[in-house]
Design a protein around this ligand. Structure first.
Ligand code: F3S
Length: 377
């Protein structure tokens, strides 16, 4: 931990617009939490990349910020609005050019265009205990809980400020005292499908908002990465904490005193929530089948895509080094911040997080298990 004055010593002399603003943001965030300390940050992950979120004015701001400014640490970028190499007929060339412009500005600063919300699959894998500055919410929870790295849920601009300065305010989940679990959650039944882990996260958001749970999992099965991603993505989306612990499993569960209060959740509770959150409808030619929220690894994405025969099936995943010539693969894109063809009003997905955002945008969304999604390919 270093006194915040270290930033003035490192950044003296003539500064770029991006450096000046970054210093002000890190200073302002520290002050708002009454902290005088910063910690060196090992990596950054920037969200808020979609042209539909940033708009032309945002591009102008970013352009000014980026002039002669480079990042100091490993920095990766979240997905954009669509696959710029294969955007689909409903996206016009102006939108494609704007999205490409956003990428080129970030790239000019030294940011890696992995375009994935799962940076731990694309070369940005922090070590246990490292301080990082990530803004993609699902990745924030995954990093804190599964990897044991330390990050708050940054905004796109605060993560970028850390990337430019190499420091982040020593507040929130960077401090051990804020990483204790508040409540033990006894999961009474065995959960196998990743969608049930997603629903467990949503249940936490609704029943213990903002509290860090310590899960006692009733399972004799290995909890896979897809399960942990589903839980990480939904817990924060539905109002839960930016971190969880799993007994006998996640790296820090034993490092702190056990919580004093407890609650239990059953499969029946999760199925009830499933019925409550999901829409129900018949599939027709205007129904879109969607998976890949959060992004899976490139290997898993390729495996899904190679086995699909549907024309109305979409898998979002990282931008890869290999070119995938398949309309079903949305390389480096995110459906939640994209624009869909006008005829699509019904979406079937295995992602509890995607369901939240797509329903908020007015789509009818049916949640199916990962197993059912696999059969729908
Ligand atoms: Fe990733 Fe978009 Fe889902 S950023 S976690 S695919 S909402």
């Amino acid at each position: 931990m270093r006194d915040i004055s270290v930033l003035e010593k490192i950044f003296s002399g003539e500064l770029t617009c991006g450096q000046k603003l970054s210093l002000e943001i890190i200073r302002g965030l520290s002050e708002s939490s009454a902290s005088r300390y910063v910690v060196p940050s090992s990596s950054a992950q920037i969200s808020g990349v979609s042209f539909y979120n940033i708009g032309p004015e945002g591009i102008d701001f970013l352009d000014t910020f980026a002039k002669n400014t480079r990042v100091k640490i490993k920095t990766t970028l979240n997905p954009g609005a669509f696959d710029t190499d294969n955007p689909g007929n409903h996206i016009n060339s102006r939108e494609v050019e704007f999205q490409k412009k956003i990428y080129s500005i970030y790239e000019s600063m030294g940011i890696s265009l992995s375009l994935s919300c799962s940076p731990y699959f694309t070369g940005n894998l922090p070590l246990y205990g490292q301080h990082i500055s990530w803004s993609e919410s699902s990745a924030v929870v995954f990093a804190n809980s599964v990897l044991g790295a330390r990050t708050n849920r940054e905004s796109g601009i605060s993560a970028l400020s850390s990337a430019v300065t190499g420091f982040t305010p020593a507040i929130g989940l960077h401090l051990s005292k804020n990483r204790f679990s508040d409540v033990e959650i006894d999961v009474k039944d065995k959960l196998d499908d990743p969608v049930l882990f997603g629903l467990l996260g949503a249940w936490c958001g609704k029943n213990i908002p903002g509290k860090i749970p310590l899960f006692h999992m009733n399972t004799d099965k290995h909890v896979g990465v897809t399960h942990l991603q589903a839980l990480s993505a939904s817990i924060i989306t539905y109002g839960g904490a930016s971190m969880f612990h799993i007994e006998d499993f996640t790296p820090e569960w034993k490092d702190y005193p056990l919580p004093q209060s407890s609650k239990s959740v059953t499969l029946k509770d999760l199925n009830y929530l499933w019925n409550e959150l999901s829409d129900d409808f018949e599939y027709d030619k205007n129904t879109l089948f969607f998976t890949g929220c959060p992004h899976k690894s490139m290997e898993d994405s390729l495996s899904i895509i190679s086995r699909t025969n549907r024309t109305n099936f979409l898998c979002a995943g990282p931008r890869g080094s290999c070119k995938i010539n398949n309309n079903s693969y949305m390389a480096g894109g995110c459906l939640a911040v994209s624009r869909l063809p006008d005829n699509i009003r019904k979406i079937v997905t295995d992602s509890v997080k995607a369901m939240f955002y797509l329903k908020n945008r007015g789509f009818s969304v049916k949640l199916v298990s990962a197993e059912e999604m696999d059969n729908l390919k």
